[in-house]
Write a protein that binds this ligand. Sequence first.
Ligand SMILES: NC(=O)c1ccc[n+]([C@@H]2O[C@H](COP(=O)([O-])OP(=O)(O)OC[C@H]3O[C@@H](n4cnc5c(N)ncnc54)[C@H](OP(=O)(O)O)[C@@H]3O)[C@@H](O)[C@H]2O)c1
Length: 155
Amino acid sequence: MVSALGDGVSAGTVDDAASAGIVVIAVPWDRVPEAVRGLTWDRQVVIDATNDFAADDLQGRTSSELVADLVPRARVVKAGNTLGADVLGSDPQEAGGRRVIFVSGDGSDAKAHVVALFQDAGFAAIDLGDLVTGGAMQEIHHPLAGVNLIRLGGP
Ligand SMILES: NC(=O)c1ccc[n+]([C@@H]2O[C@H](COP(=O)([O-])OP(=O)(O)OC[C@H]3O[C@@H](n4cnc5c(N)ncnc54)[C@H](OP(=O)(O)O)[C@@H]3O)[C@@H](O)[C@H]2O)c1
């Protein structure tokens, strides 16, 4: 896997991954609880890239709010879930612009880290607000799921 992904990639344990400054949760939705169980968090930024394809009854909450409950003391930002892996992994600079990535989260500092991460990779980030409002728009079957926009100009 490491050699297939190329330079800048290394393998480690789940504990190694969880100790990084920015951690991405990219496991099937129903596996999230077991994937994060027992991990301790200390203000890391956790990017929730998951989608609740089963459309579970979340009792009026967004899936990222539930993820946030599972990683107390981490700072959750929802990002990277609305585009398919093929699109996400392709050149974000297209048609004279930059591919749009949506970010939602309750803390502006955490979102700034994620925005910078994606901007460094060539994306144009759009902040949709908190996990309730923005997180809902990013959910599977909601308005921005699968929407592949190119931003022409702008920050
Ligand atoms: N694929 C896409 O186009 C795409 C795009 C945007 C968002 N997403 C979201 O990203 C998430 C992952 O999607 P995927 O397509 O990558 O799924 P996937 O192909 O099924 O990959 C799941 C990965 O999660 C790992 N995993 C499963 N249970 C785990 C656990 N308890 N602890 C640690 N790792 C565990 C698996 O590792 P092992 O193989 O070792 O079990 C595997 O590497 C989903 O929530 C999906 O909705 C996917």
